[in-house]
Design a binder for this molecule. Structure first.
Ligand code: NDP
Length: 476
């Protein structure tokens, strides 16, 4: 068993004591036992980390593309060496089932570093446009604030893009799941990331996160989390006109077409709320089904539900606990709200699943007869809760899909090519999945509307950490 105690921050290439004395316990959500503690960093700790990053900027930003590709490749090698620990950590701090820890969390984290190296190979930092030259310059020091739902993925996509662009970073991971970032830090150290190019300060959003978004020496802030905090970050950053990228979640639709294979559609719909216990920003949580096949679809959802067992993440189950008591309470209140609003409960409901009194387990809950203006159809629940909404025409399905403040993702399942294409191209969201298409790490990820600003992953992700300079009259 890994020793989870790491009370130090990582600043300027070394682990250093916190200047504060406050600590925070980290809880295993499956057992409710304490895994360990982290230090709650202070503003002084954060300021030291920013100074280290600022000092590293002149040399790190001038490293060659080849040097950065080699560095990213060394990171992938070191990452692979830590595979078993990364899987264990995802299960211990997040409650992710072991298979999900390996096939989703471990793999996604690795994929972003490998992809950044690949994207960098074909990336051009200068473009001669006849009369002038365009130069893509590193943005400066980047401040990264990450959430708890995909600890390896969320940190890796930001760090990989920043490193590819030559931007030194300061990372603050979520207090609920800090250990994946601690292992990532050890990986960067082993991979020889230059001093000051990577800095980790643990602590609260209100102290460290707040300071990152208002620090005068931070040139770019990349945040993933709730819309409310995203708004505060934008407000803070506006004081110094600092650029921000925000990934703020969603309320994504899955449009099932009339000719869809119902078992495939039902499994896909349930998987969206089951995978990572539904704590997924891009999950489809509004399932749009033609009225003509609604009852058959409901029956199929009930049939496939037992294929997604809830329980001990080390016990071969597919759905683990929610991350924390706070998240469990939030999910319960939405389930109560759905019942109060008059949606029909097809499966699940409030309370713990039978026999799971310890751990923050929620019942996979399926609501049907949901109207799109209900709270459960409009707000991000971030738990295993599905809303089935019926429609009569494809145009109506598109209207319902778009009648929400969010626009992170959308999905469509069906055979008719014209209808599939119509739905895919008309949903106002940043990423559309057609017929359970595989993830592509070179494709951009990010949202329309209140789902955020900017794009991550691959070459689009690298662009976020660059400024554009136009030079007139540059000598050959
Ligand atoms: P938050 O938005 O509060 O947390 C995300 C990150 O922001 C954490 O590192 C957090 O730190 C930090 N943070 C909190 N307050 C501030 C602040 N004032 N300034 C800067 N950083 C701050 O998400 P929650 O954990 O509260 O989750 C609530 C809901 O947010 C979820 O139910 C879900 O709907 C949504 N969410 C969306 C995610 C997505 O992927 N888009 C991911 C996570 C949540 P710390 O927690 O350590 O204090």
């Amino acid at each position: 068993m890994r020793n989870y105690n790491q009370l130090k921050h990582y600043i300027n290439g070394e682990w250093v004591e916190s200047t504060g004395s406050e600590t925070e316990p980290v809880i295993n959500p499956a057992t409710e036992e304490k895994l360990g503690e982290i230090s709650l960093g202070t503003q002084e700790d954060l300021d030291k980390a920013v100074s280290a990053a600022k000092a590293a900027f002149p040399s790190f930003s001038q490293t060659s593309k080849e040097e950065r590709i080699e560095m990213l490749e060394r990171i992938v090698e070191e990452y692979e060496k830590r595979k078993d620990e990364l899987i264990e950590v995802m299960t211990d701090e997040l409650g992710s089932p072991l298979t999900v820890s390996e096939n989703v969390h471990y793999k996604m984290g690795r994929a972003h570093f490998a992809q950044a190296a690949e994207s960098l190979r074909n990336f051009s930092f200068t473009e001669d446009r006849g009369g002038h030259t365009i130069v893509k310059d590193t943005v400066g020091v980047s401040g990264l604030i990450t959430p708890w739902n995909f600890p390896t993925n969320q940190a890796s996509t930001k760090i990989a893009s920043a490193f590819a662009a030559g931007s030194p970073v300061v990372l603050k991971p979520a207090e609920l799941t800090p250990y994946a970032a601690i292992i990532l830090t050890e990986i960067f150290d082993a991979a020889g990331v230059p001093k000051g190019a990577f800095n980790l300060v643990n602590g609260s959003g209100s102290v460290i996160g707040n300071r990152i978004s208002s620090h005068p020496d931070i040139d770019f802030v990349s945040f993933t989390g709730s819309a409310g905090v995203g708004q505060k970050i934008m407000e803070n950053a506006s004081e110094t006109i600092t650029n921000v990228a925000l990934e703020l979640g969603g309320k994504s639709p899955l449009v099932v077409l009339e000719d869809a294979d119902l078992t495939t559609a039902a499994k896909s719909a349930v998987n969206h709320i089951a995978m990572n216990s539904g704590q997924v920003c891009s999950a489809a949580t509004r399932i749009l089904v033609p009225s003509s096949i609604k009852e058959d679809f409901e029956q199929e959802v009930k049939n496939v539900l037992p294929e997604f067992p809830v329980g001990d993440p080390r016990g071969g189950n597919y759905v683990g606990p929610l991350v924390a008591q706070k998240q469990w309470d939030r999910v319960q209140s939405y389930i109560e709200k759905g019942i109060e609003e008059g949606a029909t409960l097809l499966a699940g409901g409030t309370g713990e699943p039978e026999g799971l009194d310890t751990g923050f387990y929620a019942k996979p809950t399926i609501f049907t007869d949901v109207k799109n203006d209900m709270v459960i159809a409009q707000e991000e629940i971030f738990g295993p809760v599905m809303s089935i909404i019926s429609y009569d025409t494809v145009d109506e399905a598109i209207d319902i899909s778009n009648d929400v403040f969010y626009g992170l993702a959308g999905y469509v399942i069906g055979k008719d090519r014209d209808k599939v294409r119509k739905v895919a191209t008309n949903i106002r969201a940043g990423r559309i999945g057609v017929n359970n298409a595989d993830l592509d790490f070179s494709a951009p990820f990010g949202g329309y509307k209140q789902s955020g600003i900017g794009r991550e992953w691959g070459d689009y992700g690298i662009e976020e950490y660059l400024e554009t300079k136009a030079i007139m009259g540059l000598p050959e």
